[in-house]
Design a binder for this molecule. Structure first.
Ligand code: FES
Length: 105
């Protein structure tokens, strides 16, 4: 298990014991994190799983691949420097203790 805290769009914190090997989106949806609707269920076709990572974690994981990068432009919430699509981020111990923000619409 990897401990992740989501900051939901209303500013409230949602601590999650995330399963390694599943995506950040799957863990968020399974835990009822508000603001991640994941309409395409991880097919990289909706951008409704937009999250903002802490800078150090974003740097560690590397920049999004080109299709994810393209899809981020369609996110309803404004893209930021450390934006990622949560369905494209696999949970691993590298994420332990991370605080991940779900942007407000
Ligand atoms: S769930 Fe649709 S792009 Fe991530």
């Amino acid at each position: 298990m990897t401990r992740i805290t989501f900051i939901q769009p209303d500013g409230s914190e949602k601590p999650v014991e995330a399963k390694n090997g599943l995506s950040l989106m799957e863990n968020a949806v399974n835990s009822g994190v508000i603001g991640i609707t994941a309409e395409c269920n991880g097919s990289l076709a909706c951008a409704t799983c937009h999250v903002v990572l802490p800078q150090d974690l974003f740097d560690k994981l590397g920049a999004p691949m080109s299709h994810e990068d393209d899809m981020l432009e369609f996110a309803e919430t404004e893209r930021q420097d450390c934006s990622r699509l949560a369905c494209q981020v696999q949970v691993s111990p590298d994420l332990d203790g991370a605080v991940i923000r779900v942007p407000a619409g």
